[in-house]
Design a protein around this ligand. Structure first.
Ligand code: NAD
Ligand code: ZN
Length: 349
């Protein structure tokens, strides 16, 4: 079968033929409906070096944001998993036996350091292919919802959902403000989730005008890039600052913008993995404000994200690519030419 393979560190992936996988014990074979191209893949093949935190040993098929139809069940899989039905894939795979995995938090597996891979499409073959195998208990049923538009939910939906859910206590009550920096795959869905779960005024920013216009249409107030950015954000909040900020870029300047925009007691979550740094001293931050990071989300939260999608509260903006054009999707993602999420659709019928 055709697949997008990450062959080696610091090398653009290739489109090549690999054997069709077979489901092992407890796994299912999925006919891939959609595989989202996440900006983290660019870090995987372009930036990470062997041994670095986050690096996954090549070669493997990319695609950690997947949906598909069950084609076959591996040994021991319950027939409650229905052949032919559409499911989302929860990507992270922990040891399955520690206290984090027991809570569905495979992302924070206590044995991650000794696991051979981190997730479907991160160290183990992913969904940028005609077929993929995944653990059966990592499936979330989609019912009759469109599985192609759903593909981004598995990361671009779940990651902002988890970050926002952790910050909800800061956004309770009237007169609250949330800041979203970076309106790409994750940031756009982040805006929709904030609008659906909170009454906060959502302030959104991106260097590009098109996603800012989209955010305005989706109920956010926007500010442009530029020197007056922090001042403009503070003006919108009546000078108080934002109660929660979500940085979906994560470079030093965006973290600085967010930190300078915080209200006292606010929570700043750095989600972007660009590796920006932030200086901390008694004098640099709003009093009793928090700065933290989050990684992906839990399988239980993916069920909630799918509920929001089925209720029409999350509507991913998707650009579809055939498997033959998958490398073009990555080229455009790197060039900043994708609006919303590029989703590879391996089967055209
Ligand atoms: P994307 O390429 O789809 O979107 C990035 C957006 O940020 C674009 O709209 C771009 O114009 C905007 N942007 C770039 N520089 C900016 C700046 N200086 N100020 C304002 N906006 C700016 O990327 P994505 O797939 O949404 O991923 C976003 C980040 O989140 C990446 O770093 C990715 O690796 C990371 N990520 C983290 C997790 C996690 O679990 N923490 C999960 C998935 C992705
Ligand atoms: Zn574990």
């Amino acid at each position: 079968m055709r697949a997008v393979v990450f062959e080696n560190y610091e090398r653009f992936p290739s489109l090549t033929d690999v054997p069709k996988p077979e489901p092992g014990p407890g796994e299912v074979l999925l006919r891939v409906a959609g595989a989202g191209a996440c900006h983290s893949d660019v870090s995987v093949y372009r930036h990470f070096k062997e041994g670095q935190v986050g690096a996954q040993k090549p070669p493997f098929v990319l695609g950690h944001e997947n949906s598909g139809w069950v084609e076959a069940l591996g040994p021991g899989v319950s027939e409650r998993v229905r052949i032919g039905e559409a499911y989302m894939v929860y990507g992270p795979i922990g040891c399955g036996h520690c206290r984090m995995c027991a809570q569905g938090k495979d992302t924070y597996c206590e044995n991650a350091a000794t696991m051979p891979y981190a997730a479907v499409g991160l160290g183990r073959d992913g969904g940028m292919a005609e077929y993929v195998t995944v653990p059966a208990h990592h499936l979330v049923p989609l019912g009759d919802a469109d599985p192609v538009d759903a593909a981004p939910l598995s990361d671009a939906g779940l990651t902002p959902y988890h970050a926002i859910k952790q910050a909800l206590p800061h956004l309770e009550g009237g007169g609250r403000h949330a800041l979203v920096i970076g309106l790409g795959g994750l940031g756009q869905i982040g805006v929709q989730i904030l609008r659906a779960l909170t009454g906060a005024t959502v302030i959104a920013t991106d260097v590009k005008a098109e996603p800012r216009a989209w955010a305005e249409r989706n109920g956010a107030v926007t500010v442009g890039a530029g020197e007056r950015q922090v001042e403009e954000i503070r003006e919108i909040t009546g000078g108080r600052g934002v109660d929660a900020a979500f940085d979906f870029v994560g470079i030093t300047p965006t973290i600085a913008t967010a930190a300078a925009s915080m209200a006292q007691g606010g929570r700043l979550t750095v989600v972007g993995i660009a590796g920006g740094t932030h200086e901390f001293s008694f004098f640099t931050n709003a009093y009793e404000s928090y700065i933290t990071n989050t990684y992906w989300g839990t399988v239980g939260e993916l069920w909630e994200v799918v509920d929001m999608y089925r209720a029409g509260q999350i509507r991913p903006e998707v650009e579809r690519f055939t498997l033959d054009d998958a490398l073009e999707a990555y080229r455009r993602l790197e060039a900043g030419e994708v609006f919303g999420r590029a989703v590879v659709v391996p089967h055209q019928s």
